[in-house]
Design a protein around this ligand. Structure first.
Ligand SMILES: NC(=O)c1ccc[n+]([C@@H]2O[C@H](COP(=O)([O-])OP(=O)(O)OC[C@H]3O[C@@H](n4cnc5c(N)ncnc54)[C@H](OP(=O)(O)O)[C@@H]3O)[C@@H](O)[C@H]2O)c1
Length: 298
């Protein structure tokens, strides 16, 4: 590839780390072509030692951002994991990318950002809009479907208790692995879109929660009991567990989103971008079997 520089924000995070690894190892980007940002530069010392330009950038601190983004041709804006409103920090990052003269921006959004009832959907919608309204001519809006990893990271109780509480009914979602989404992001940076392109990055098979549970039983040896609830019943049940209100709202609105089939779809865009098929849920379960069985006490 040419000597254009690629910048990855959130490079210490789970997705960002994997994007950087794919860029260096699979896409032959040299360390000198890569800029990475984090709020804690010491966390990326290993990359700095390899010759990657490690810079500090906090989206909540707009003053530092333009300097941090200078010199980048293509910039991957990884949505932040902050608790609380993310819109302003994201808009700060888009404005700084524009001022720094970035030619192409890629952004990790979510499916159906405008219609979705999920509590944080409006933050993705506002960020997409800011990108489209900016002077940055080229953008890849990656509408990343749900990570398979959400099961052990956020919904481990399914494995721990053997009960899958859900109000998603027969709604389907085409989930995929975080690694596949990282590979797609690396591909989008190496071959930047011309103009504004929105990609629906889905897994290869759209499944109901019950179908996913059946695969978990088959591969992991669990015996998951589907507990089908209305949104109100799901909320009341979660309240009895003493969960904080924002977590309860997140769970119920995600299932509302899934019930409306807003994460349904095919892997066509993923395959076109990456030239490969996403890992299936069954293969992902096999690859992570030991860790998942441990959560299920098996
Ligand atoms: N599709 C899905 O199912 C799904 C699931 C989970 C999350 N997500 C989204 O995808 C993103 C990446 O996922 P992940 O698993 O890699 O999450 P993660 O490991 O929690 O990484 C989040 C990143 O956000 C960065 N960040 C937080 N606050 C920031 C700020 N004020 N300024 C600049 N950077 C900030 C952190 O960077 P530093 O700490 O290095 O500054 C960190 O690298 C998440 O942040 C979230 O928006 C999607």
């Amino acid at each position: 590839m040419s000597d254009r520089k690629i910048l990855v924000t959130g490079a210490s995070g789970k997705l960002g780390k994997q994007v950087v690894s794919y860029l260096l190892e699979d896409f032959a980007v040299s360390p000198s072509q890569l800029i990475v940002t984090t709020r804690k530069a010491e966390s990326l010392k290993a990359l700095a030692d390899k010759g990657v330009d490690v810079r500090e950038a906090d989206f909540a601190n707009p003053d530092s951002l333009v300097e941090a983004f200078k010199g980048a041709s293509s910039l991957l804006l990884i949505s932040i994991d902050a608790a609380g409103p993310r819109t302003q920090p994201h808009l700060n990052a888009v404005a700084a990318a524009e001022q720094a003269g970035v030619e192409h921006i890629a952004y990790t959004s979510m499916p159906a950002a405008e219609q979705s009832p999920v509590v944080f959907a409006h933050e993705h919608e506002a960020t997409e809009k800011a990108i489209k309204d900016s002077a940055i001519a080229n953008a890849t809006i990656m509408r990343n479907n749900w990570y398979f990893e959400n099961i052990p990271e956020y919904f481990a109780s399914i494995l721990q208790t053997g009960h899958w509480l859900t109000s998603a009914e027969e709604g389907r979602s085409a989930q995929l692995s975080r690694k596949d989404l990282a590979y797609a992001a690396a591909a989008a940076l190496v071959s930047p879109a011309k103009g504004i392109v929105t990609l629906l990055l889905n897994g290869g098979k759209s499944q109901t929660h019950a179908e996913m549970a059946q695969l978990m039983d088959k591969v992991l040896g669990t015996s998951i009991n589907m507990v089908n609830l209305t949104d109100d019943q799901y909320q009341s049940q979660l309240e009895t567990f003493g969960l904080p209100e924002p977590i309860i709202a997140l769970c119920t609105t995600m299932d509302h989103h899934n019930r409306e089939n807003l994460s349904d779809g095919t892997s066509e865009a993923f395959e076109q971008l990456t030239g490969r098929k996403p890992q299936s849920f069954e293969a992902w379960l096999e690859a992570n079997k030991t860790e998942l069985q441990k959560l299920a006490n098996l």
